[in-house]
Design a protein. Structure first.
Length: 249
């Protein structure tokens, strides 16, 4: 009888250890998968093609890619492959000062649809909360960011990064005279929050130094100010090119 009880206890222990092991493995997989496989955090922003057209009308920009414009270009973009900016020639012209506001839907549409073949972020959503705090969520193409924009510092990252990375940020952010000013509340890599020590002044200053490369890649672009208003809109004032022509090298 005693032997049977011991045997049952051992069996139960093996079962418990198996369950714990599966939970641990599942947790590790969930954290790893959240970095890129499961998609970025959903902020609830849904946009339409009309939102993109409205945003483009406000900016005044006209895009030509390999001779394609208008509906032909829009159709091509539906299945556009990712490309390096170094493989193409970009010609920016007819700069004008523009002042406009964009809703969360218009902003999200513009960021996703303006240049999907060259943009380093997929499934991007941005919004302004009632208190003026901004949220952003996307899947970042780490490999292309390192190649296109950060090749000089890519080897300085102390830990290996996945090829793609889901990121989420929340905080007070604005741009004045092309300089980013940030006061982040939260920053997530996948489902893992960035430690508070990386949200302190020194780290934020580093972010403010390197993040502008993403928008100053356009020569002559001048963002006098990018803020938000009480209607939950992004407010832009700056000088932007009205014509953009892209051709393969």
């Amino acid at each position: 009888m005693a032997g049977g009880i011991i045997s049952n206890k051992k069996g139960n222990l093996k079962y418990v250890l198996l369950v714990v092991g599966l939970l641990v493995i599942g947790s590790i997989f969930w954290v790893y998968a959240s970095f890129s496989l499961l998609g970025p955090k959903d902020l609830g922003v849904r946009y339409t093609h009309e939102d993109y057209l409205s945003a483009m009308e406000k900016t005044g920009m006209e895009i030509e890619f390999e001779g394609m414009t208008g509906e032909e270009l829009e159709e091509y973009k539906q299945n556009a492959e990712k490309k390096s900016i170094h493989d193409y020639n970009f010609e920016f012209s007819d700069y004008e000062r523009k002042q406009f506001t964009l809703s969360a839907e218009e902003s999200t549409a513009l960021l996703n649809e303006l240049a999907p073949g060259f943009w380093w972020f997929d499934d991007l959503q941005v919004k302004v909360l009632p208190d003026g705090t901004m949220e952003g969520s996307s899947t970042a193409d780490i490999n292309r960011l390192k190649t296109d924009l950060y090749s000089d510092v890519a080897d300085d990252v102390p830990i290996p990064l996945p090829d793609t990375l889901n990121i989420y940020s929340k905080g007070k952010i604005d741009i004045n005279n092309n300089q980013l000013n940030g006061d982040p509340e939260n920053f997530y890599l996948g489902s893992v929050p960035l430690s508070d020590k990386y949200l302190e002044e020194e780290s934020v200053n580093t972010m403010e130094e390197y993040f502008p490369r993403i928008y100053t890649v356009v020569p002559g672009l001048e963002i006098n100010s990018l803020t938000s208003n009480s209607n939950g809109e992004f407010v832009f004032d700056g000088v932007i090119p009205q014509k953009v022509s892209v051709t393969k090298k």
